[in-house]
Write a protein that binds this ligand. Structure first.
Ligand code: COA
Length: 320
């Protein structure tokens, strides 16, 4: 059994912050950000929440799929920035879309989260446990960045993307996932510190700490490795793959991955110029954009790959 994508959706907040807007907050400029990252602007929440964005993306996926939300048996939300720890975002989405028969829970593997949730959904489907699963990646990174740190705040944006998988006869997806907790300090995000529990401990805002070059090197080494791993498991060659849908962190990372794989960059679609790094949402937002622009046709082979904090990285090879 395989989970075939029968609908996709995405949502980004309407409020846009471009590189010039950022240059009024920190010492940076449009040329530096474009050259080092490929990012021109990002969408930032005002009143929206992570769960709201997840729900909007889900509604669009449901509408496109034509299914009744009551058919959805499981909702998985990949997020590391939900405003509420509980109820989980998946239960909020369930309420918003009327998926009254679904179970739901959240998964946190930072920017790798959507690909891991997608793999989890595929495993449930191939094990015969569920037939219809809604998988979402949603993050509000603007709540987590330190807006005084020019090394990180320029990189991130907010958004959500969703895909609905339905069981069909067929070969299961080829999946791989890895973690390296020892290298975790290269990219950390703190949650809001407990207030009032210990005398003298201040309420501390959440923020991201990053060794930019360390994360860059990790990504350009590990993503080609995991792509080769799933290709080998599938008995396929690099040229058998139509599109590599990678986590949208930095244009230079994606270009370096394509080069290391000796593959044409045209098979690595990108949209980070518009949205920046929306963490778990980058892969499903890009999937949805391509789907709505009719870029996919039946039988095409895709590899999804995410990487990020943990450190974590994952991939999935499947047929559209
Ligand atoms: N604007 C202008 N200058 C900046 C800047 C900014 N926003 N951020 C850093 N600089 C400066 C640095 O202070 C440094 O100045 P110096 O040479 O005078 O010391 C110079 O630019 C180079 O900084 P460096 O950190 O070496 O740049 P870089 O080429 O490594 O690019 C990143 C920085 C963050 C863009 C890059 O390392 C990166 O993208 N890493 C991966 C991060 C990522 O994707 N994380 C999420 C993964 S899920």
């Amino acid at each position: 059994m395989i989970g075939k994508i029968c609908g996709t959706g995405s949502y980004v907040p309407p409020h846009i912050m471009d590189n010039d807007d950022l240059s009024r907050i920190v010492d940076t400029n449009d040329a530096w950000i474009r050259e080092r990252t490929g990012i021109a602007r990002r969408h930032i929440i005002e009143d929206e929440t992570t769960s709201y964005m997840a729900g909007q993306a889900a509604l669009r996926a449901v509408e496109q799929s034509g299914i009744d939300p009551k058919e959805i048996e499981l909702i998985l939300v990949a997020t590391s920035s939900s405003e509420t720890v509980f109820p989980c975002a998946a239960c909020e989405v369930q309420k918003m879309i009327g998926a009254v028969n679904a179970a739901g829970f959240d998964m946190n593997a930072a920017c790798t989260g959507f690909v891991l949730a997608f793999n989890t959904a595929q495993a449930y489907i191939s094990a015969g446990l569920y037939r219809t699963i809604l998988v979402i990646g949603a993050d509000s990174m603007s709540n987590m960045v330190d807006w005084t740190d020019r090394g990180t705040c320029i990189l991130f944006g907010d958004g959500a993307g969703a895909a609905i998988l339905q069981a069909e006869e067929g070969e299961p997806c080829i999946m791989a996932a890895h973690s390296d907790g020892i290298k975790g300090p290269a990219l950390t995000g703190l949650s809001r510190h407990r207030k009032g529990r210990e005398p003298g401990v201040e309420d501390k805002e959440s923020y991201i700490h990053m060794d930019g070059q360390g994360v860059f090197k990790f990504a350009v080494r590990k993503v080609p490795e995991i792509v080769e791993e799933v290709l080998e498991k599938a008995g396929m060659e690099i040229d058998d793959i139509d599109y590599f849908i990678l986590h949208q962190a930095n244009r230079r990372i994606i270009e370096a991955v394509a080069k290391r794989l000796h593959t044409d960059i045209s098979r690595f679609p990108m949209n980070l110029e518009e949205y920046a790094n929306t963490s778990a949402a980058t892969v499903p937002i890009l999937l949805d954009e391509m789907n709505r622009n009719n870029k996919f046709s039946k039988g095409q082979k895709l590899i999804l790959s995410g990487f990020g904090a943990g450190l974590t990285w994952a991939a999935c090879l499947f047929e559209w």
